[in-house]
Ligand binder design. Structure first.
Ligand SMILES: C=CC1=C(C)c2cc3[nH]c(cc4nc(cc5[nH]c(cc1n2)c(C)c5CCC(=O)O)C(CCC(=O)O)=C4C)c(C)c3C=C
Ligand SMILES: [Fe+2]
Length: 532
């Protein structure tokens, strides 16, 4: 069994979430001058607050429209056009392509040239899954012990591990059943290893000799193990690539936070240059690969044009989005829009729906819920449904069991007659090749702002990139209502739940005392018939 692994996560960030004045030149020149500073991911990030940040260079811009939408169309705001004109004439489909940014400057070119002397590594971050049924409970423990999954108020943080123990034990039987039904364990490790292998091949074919590592958050091979291998291999430049297309505090955010803690404590890593690609759902290759899968699967229906395309994303608790600023929902909606736009160019204009699955515990999660939506669609007379898992690029328990078994059954019971499901991307060649391109485009930025002097190291700036990245979304690292039941004061959902349970227990206790003692309030008011 593995041991509990995580140190408590890092302290609150001070970044503000307000909109900002557009000052692109410093960002570009800082990045291209190879200045010392936060080790950053200099890619554009856009959030629901409509801002663009060039991490580390502290340049932010506000937009009247989200430029991520401009993947192919020309719905650019003036701000975005201005930013674009600064990154040469590259097309928008790489979203402020980091590669074009660097290579458009002489310094960028020399950054690229220097890569020849370096040992390049790519670290794929993923969730991990139990490989056997015995692994299920300790895997769940690791998951629930993550403060980015169950966010307790700081004064209750000492309860994190006991609570994780409790919740993992309570949930294990249900989870085990699920894993048993898909062959006794998660396919995630095998599939992620295969993706790593294919990505490596693709990089070598593109003349980038890189090693690719897999670091899982909650099961083997743990991120710590990957990092040890990276050190043993003497990697000097590292690209960190979470295998989640859309960013969420609970997935990529959690893995990056862990990485930051690991880096902070390690002399080798503090000096190693790295960059992070936080999300990549807007990339052309990914969008096209998803559209290819959907197009192919639609053809298996008798009347493809009548099929409702049903995007089902893994949910997150609503508070992550509404209180902590998780960009997950916005990114998910944009991702679906982009896929549908791509399908439209192929004359596929089916109706579509986005819903969220896999909620755990009694708090409110992102809506609409997949199960409720399936029932509604059935009531509305929808007869054919094509499920598209959208938040994850490998098959896993939630595609193989929840969608293929539970939701299919629900759909058929709800009057839907024809059911299909798009497979996960896995090692689909367009997708892997696009991931390789994403890595290559990020290379000129690896270490562009890395720290090597004392001042920079004292502020731990190589890690600051991750911190800044997290700060962009998770502005104050607020404690949130956890997805599992914990006590909360006030008129809240969890309080209601607990109040209800306590009240039920109290009623049962009163009844029990009335019965066993033949005394009590009910007897006194004369509404309890004597049992004797
Ligand atoms: C983008 C994908 C995912 C998000 C967002 C996410 C958030 C999230 N998940 C839980 C709780 C559980 N997740 C579990 C498994 C699981 N989760 C994801 C992806 C996301 N989770 C995957 C790919 C998997 C499957 C791994 C595998 O073994 O195949 C589980 C365990 C399975 C189960 O018991 O259902 C739990 C529990 C929370 C609470 C959360 C957001 C806060
Ligand atoms: Fe999950």
């Amino acid at each position: 069994m593995n041991s509990p692994i995580r140190a408590p996560s890092s302290s609150a960030s001070s970044s503000s979430s307000s909109s900002h004045v557009f000052r692109p030149p410093p960002c570009l020149t800082h990045a291209s001058r190879n200045l010392k500073g936060p080790l950053l991911f200099p890619q554009t990030i856009c959030t629901s607050q409509k801002k663009i940040r060039c991490f580390g260079a502290h340049v932010e811009a506000s937009f009247s429209t989200n430029p991520l939408k401009n993947y192919k169309s020309s719905r650019c705001s003036p701000w975005w056009s201005e930013a674009q004109s600064l990154v040469s004439n590259q097309s928008l489909n790489k979203q402020f392509s980091v590669g074009s940014l660097a290579t458009s400057t002489s310094q960028g070119v020399s950054d690229t040239t220097r890569l020849i002397d370096d040992k390049i590594g790519v670290l794929l971050l993923n969730l991990g899954g139990p490989e056997t049924l015995e692994d299920v409970q300790p895997f769940l423990f690791n998951l629930f012990a993550d403060p980015d999954i169950i966010r307790l108020p700081r004064i209750f943080s000492f309860l994190q591990k006991p609570l994780a123990q409790f919740v993992s034990i309570v949930r294990a039987p249900k989870s085990k059943e699920g894993y048993a039904s898909i062959g006794g364990g998660s396919p995630l490790r095998r599939m992620t290893d295969a993706q790593a292998e294919e990505l490596k091949k693709s990089l070598w074919e593109k003349n980038v000799p890189a090693n690719v590592y897999v670091g899982m958050r909650y099961w083997h091979p743990f991120t710590e193990e990957a990092i040890e291998q990276i050190k043993r291999d003497g990697i000097t430049k590292l690209v960190v690539l979470p295998l989640y297309p859309q960013f969420s505090i609970s997935t990529s955010g959690s893995s990056l936070r862990l990485l930051e803690n690991i880096f902070r404590e390690d002399e080798y890593l503090v000096n190693m240059q790295h960059t992070v690609i936080p999300s990549w759902y807007q990339r052309e290759g990914y969008i096209k690969a998803m559209a290819n899968l959907i197009e192919k699967e639609l053809k298996s229906f008798d009347c493809p044009e009548e099929v409702r395309i049903f995007f089902s994303a893994h949910g997150v608790p609503l508070a992550y989005v509404e209180e902590a600023g998780d960009p997950y929902k916005v990114e998910m909606e944009e991702c679906v829009d982009l896929i549908m736009e791509e399908l439209e160019t192929r004359k596929i204009t089916n109706a579509y729906t986005l819903a969220y699955q896999s909620r755990v515990g009694p708090v409110e999660w992102l809506r609409p819920y997949t199960d409720e939506t399936i029932i509604e669609l059935g009531k509305k007379g929808v007869k054919s449904l094509l499920a598209v898992p959208i938040s994850f690029v490998s098959e896993h328990i939630e595609t193989l069991e929840e969608i293929d078994v539970e939701y299919k059954e629900l759909a058929l019971e709800s009057g839907i007659e024809n059911w299909g499901r798009v497979p996960a991307l896995g090692c689909e060649p367009t997708f892997i090749s696009d991931l390789a391109d994403a890595v290559i485009e990020s290379l000129p930025y690896v270490g562009a702002l890395a720290a090597s002097d004392l001042e920079a190291r004292q502020s731990l700036v190589p890690l600051g990139s991750v911190e800044e990245l997290l700060a962009a979304y998770d502005t104050q690292r607020k404690e949130l209502p956890p997805p599992v039941i914990v006590w909360e004061w006030g008129w809240t959902k969890s309080a209601e739940t607990w109040n209800g349970r306590v009240a039920m227990l109290a009623v049962l206790l009163i009844l029990f005392l009335e019965v066993t003692t033949d005394k009590g309030l009910l007897h006194q008011v004369g509404i309890w018939p004597s049992l004797r």
